[in-house]
Design a protein around this ligand. Structure first.
Ligand code: SIN
Length: 284
């Protein structure tokens, strides 16, 4: 557990010595400055980056033209990188943990077009992602993030009691079934509908529209109705921030307490960069 009480939020300037922090709103998202991520940095800076992510759920950096080694260094601040199977065609040669994220006039889909928490179909989904974009369309291509702490906190006590202890199935086929080669195995896992964040100790709603297929122990109609309600609930703008990218910006998000959605409103223009996912734990 981190030695900060995240419910008490003293003024950021008094809490960070090495970085500047400009929250986007009181709920989620902050732009972080005062650090050059293209160069090695010390553990004191790394510690503040971990703390600011825990506090704001998703953090953004501008004007950071990082190379693959710097990307790897930033990811290591948050944990061990997840390496996708070598069959994944968009891996960067020599950097198996780095995935190319690219959309252009030939794209038929883009990653993350609907609300999701990354790879929630995995038994131990990635705790976070570090996305660096070097090329952006002239307009559009924003990413929207939603706080699953805020979504949980806004539920009535009756609904909190109803979903306490429930588990839901997250199925990779729902998210990727249409785009992977036929017969390719995709993970499916059962996770708690409400998970407790291992760093902050706060409760977060953990179902999403891209992966979650079924709440266990309910009839299909009951499960569909409850999931429809929860998936609609998390879309409340009160829980959200929206990031407008500039070339060489970076977003780091915590999948354990947020969802996000990439807005593909720029076709046929190019949006391009690289992503590393950081290993996570089995949701509790
Ligand atoms: C993702 O869901 O990992 C992609 C987000 C984005 O491209 O903005």
């Amino acid at each position: 557990m981190m030695d900060i009480a995240l419910h008490e939020r003293p003024h950021a300037a008094t809490r960070y010595r090495h970085i500047s922090v400009a929250p986007l709103n009181p709920t989620i998202g902050a732009v972080v400055g005062g650090v050059d991520l293209t160069m090695p940095f010390g553990e004191d800076v790394a510690d503040e980056l971990r703390r600011v992510l825990a506090e704001h759920l998703v953090i953004f950096f501008h004007d950071q033209p990082i190379d693959f080694d710097a990307h790897r260094r930033l990811a290591a601040v948050f944990g061990e990188a997840h390496v996708a199977p070598s069959t994944v065609p968009w891996q960067v040669p020599g950097y198996p943990e780095i995935t190319r994220m690219h959309a252009d006039a030939n794209s038929t889909f883009v990653a993350g077009e609907d609300w999701h928490s990354d790879m929630s179909c995995d038994p131990a989904p990635p705790m976070g992602s570090i996305l660096y974009l070097h090329t952006l369309p002239t307009l559009g291509g924003d990413t929207v993030f939603s706080s699953m702490y805020a979504a949980y906190d806004a539920l009535s006590d009756g609904m909190k009691a109803r979903i306490a202890g429930l588990r839901a199935v997250h199925d990779g086929v729902k998210a990727f079934g249409d785009i992977v080669p036929e017969g390719m195995a995709l993970p499916r896992s059962s996770h708690p509908v409400v998970r407790t964040h291992p760093v902050t100790g706060r409760k977060a709603l953990y179902v999403n529209r891209s992966y979650t297929t079924r709440i266990e122990g309910l009839s299909e109609r009951e499960s569909d109705a409850l999931l429809a309600f929860l998936n609609e609930h998390v879309q409340n703008p009160m829980f959200q921030c929206r990031f407008t990218w500039r070339p060489h910006a970076i977003a780091v998000w915590d999948n354990r307490c947020s969802q996000h959605m990439a807005i593909w409103d720029y076709f046929p223009q190019v949006r391009s960069g690289y992503r590393i996912q950081v290993k996570g734990e089995v949701p509790e």
